[in-house]
Design a protein around this ligand. Structure first.
Ligand code: ZN
Length: 316
């Protein structure tokens, strides 16, 4: 068993910029690159294995035909999606449906609960997370009148912050934030407000108010998290969140560590620094911008160097 190193897929967005090149050195398609789909089995942007025995295979192909790599995890689709988002401008204010709504109204898609690790941001950068309406009527009323300042909860963020964005939570990244997002593998977004912007074709992007108002939870869902920080020698493991969709944590590595990969599989994204990963007698150099999956049965791994990584796995 080897780690599965993956080739990211990039998406141009009207709010995107060049941070994915500036900070990660990726070769991006344009100066408006908004999203790096780093670990994805979603049909809208598939990761391809870029080395080793499975080189050239897509993640969804492996999921379908080599499920043993993923501990025979019972899900029709690869359940998680890791992205890095460059919010060079404000993203639209939006909401995503939950599994139940997606199952009923959107063929074959999961709901979309997501969470954000702030990799970098400008000073006093903000996110929008949740609202103050006390009833659906008040929510609809304030949306209709465009009373965003009274409605939306704004939070100032800093690098290293982590936010949980359950399905049904109204949210947006604002200008000047680079985020690593771990989410359910889904591509359903209902746009509530887009600042009146026009897309590159000169036409305003579509809003989906009716659906959005259906799926926004009132009152806003409590999304407070309580990270658990564990010291293991000099290394720090921070468990940010454990939900029914995913567990997400951070490795802060500065000395050699041995770990047993005891999950069906784990997604690893290196966000800083460099190091080595040794598995089954093979040594792999890992560095900022690398994304890989630790498959089932890879067994004990050794890691060393000086790096940080965001790691996730689905609920087991
Ligand atoms: Zn979102």
């Amino acid at each position: 068993m080897q780690p599965l190193f993956l080739e990211p897929v990039f998406k141009e967005r009207i709010w995107g910029g060049t941070a994915l090149y500036d900070q990660f050195g990726y070769s991006i398609p344009s100066k408006n690159t908004g999203e790096c789909w780093a670990v994805s089995g979603h049909p809208n942007g598939q990761s391809i294995v870029n080395a080793g025995k499975y080189k050239g295979r897509t993640l969804s192909d492996l999921w379908k035909n080599n499920r043993e790599l993923f501990g025979n995890y019972p899900s029709p689709v690869f359940p998680l999606l890791t992205k890095i988002l460059d919010a060079n401008a404000d993203l639209s204010i939006q909401v995503h449906p939950d599994d139940e709504y997606a199952k009923k109204y959107v063929n074959g898609e999961l709901g979309k609960t997501e969470c954000w690790y702030i990799v970098d941001c400008k000073e006093n950068a903000e996110i929008i997370l949740g609202h103050f309406a006390k009833s659906k009527k008040e929510l609809a009323d304030k949306v209709e009148k465009g009373q965003w300042d009274q409605l939306l909860n704004r939070i100032i963020v800093k690098p290293g912050d982590f936010f949980y964005v359950p399905a049904g939570t109204i949210h947006a990244l604002c200008e000047g934030i680079l985020v690593l997002e771990t989410q359910q593998s889904s591509d359903i977004t209902y746009r509530v407000y887009d600042y009146g912007r026009k897309g590159r074709n000169g036409i305003k992007r579509e809003l989906h108010l009716e659906k959005a108002l259906e799926v926004i939870h009132v009152p806003s869902i409590n999304n407070k998290i309580q990270p658990i920080v564990e010291k293991q020698g000099e290394n720090t493991i921070t468990i940010f969140i454990q939900t029914r969709e995913f567990t997400v944590y951070k490795w802060g590595i500065c000395e050699e560590a041995k770990m047993v990969q005891d999950q069906p599989f784990q997604l690893v994204s290196v966000i800083n620094g460099t190091g080595m990963l040794i598995a089954n007698g093979e040594t792999y150099t890992i560095q900022k911008g690398d994304h890989f999956i630790l498959p089932a049965q890879i067994g004990e791994i050794t890691i060393n160097g000086n790096f940080e990584a965001i790691v996730s796995h689905p609920k087991t």
